[in-house]
Design a binder for this molecule. Sequence first.
Ligand SMILES: [Zn+2]
Length: 128
Amino acid sequence: MDACPRCQAPLAPDAKFCPECGTQVHVQPVHAELVEMRAAPRSNLPSPWSAALLSIIPGLGHWYAGAPKRGLIFFVAIVGGELLGIDFDLTLIGDIVGIPLGVGATGLWAFCAVDAYRIAARRRAEST
Ligand SMILES: [Zn+2]
């Protein structure tokens, strides 16, 4: 049992102040640091924010999140349509896979980042 350094009154193990004289009792922060280190997140799971950021290159976020085929559809629809000047008629494919391919390259790009984020978040939720 610890005792107050000033008045020698008995102290509870987690006491920060002496109940008798109000003296602050020195608290060692070592325990809290150890708990934080042990609670560090597992790094082998895709991070949703990283997936969204990687989608600056269309499809890369999906590849990172573990959905490379879905990413390839985004890549072809965004990069193929923009750089090659080909107006893909992918609305039928878009309906099948649930991607709104009719919104244009910029809107599709934004949707791509959100979609990659959601896939990574779902993957993380499933593994816990
Ligand atoms: Zn005291």
